[in-house]
Design a protein around this ligand. Structure first.
Ligand code: SF4
Ligand code: SF4
Length: 207
């Protein structure tokens, strides 16, 4: 959603800008640009403005990309201001294609998944996972071997998302009991979180 820059986001109740929160984006590691890519603006939900996953954002424009980019007074959401995909900012993604070409967007934030007792519902374990949002129009995009190598190198499972409540978790060989890629498709995706992320809910003290 953004290239390199520093922007000031007014704090709640400070729309006139008397106090603000400054955010600096640093993609100097990669020097990559979004260019004509806008895939994250379609695939990801943006809670601040009630935008659902896999829907076009009302601020998107074919000519300008984001019509309110860098304009918090015009409704540029805070969550867009502090977010970039990992292709844009992470040097480790050098072998991956730009998201509009690959068909998936790697979230810069991980999430938490829980395993629970099927009888009592009690939490057994919590696991940190990478998040990959896949374009439903290209459902096999996540099978990109370069993405698999990247996930394996990170040493974490990844949640392959086709929306806020649809997806599955893949475990790289080093984390799988069989020593091969393991795809976990059972279980429900619990989307009851205040921020859209169980990890952010935890950091914010909501749970
Ligand atoms: S998916 Fe990444 S490269 Fe594409 S517009 Fe969003 S931040 Fe930019
Ligand atoms: S507000 Fe702008 S950056 Fe955020 S999703 Fe909408 S078009 Fe994209």
């Amino acid at each position: 959603m953004s290239d390199t820059d520093t922007i000031a986001i007014p704090l709640a109740g400070e729309a006139n800008g008397t106090e603000s929160f400054e955010v600096t984006f640093n993609n100097n590691d990669t020097n990559r640009k979004c260019g004509s890519c806008t895939l994250c603006c379609k695939l990801l939900p943006v809670q601040d403005i009630g935008k659902k996953a896999n829907t076009r954002c009302r601020h998107q424009s074919a000519a300008k990309g984001c019509k309110v980019y860098h304009q918090p007074e015009a409704g540029f959401p805070f969550s867009c201001a502090v977010w970039s995909c990992q292709w844009l900012t992470e040097s480790s993604t050098a072998r991956l294609q730009r998201p509009d070409r690959s068909g998936y967007v790697i979230d810069n934030a991980p999430d938490l998944i829980r395993t629970t007792d099927s009888v009592t519902g009690a939490t057994i374990d919590e696991i940190l996972v990478l998040q990959v949002w896949v374009d439903p129009a290209r459902p096999n995009a996540w099978r990109d071997p370069a993405l698999g190598q990247w996930i394996a190198a990170k040493g974490l499972p990844a949640i392959i998302r086709f929306g806020s409540a649809k997806g599955f978790v893949v475990f790289p060989p080093a984390l799988s009991p069989t020593g091969k890629w393991f795809i976990h498709t059972d279980g429900e995706m619990n989307t009851k979180s205040k921020t859209g992320s169980h990890l952010l809910d935890r950091i914010a003290g909501y749970e």
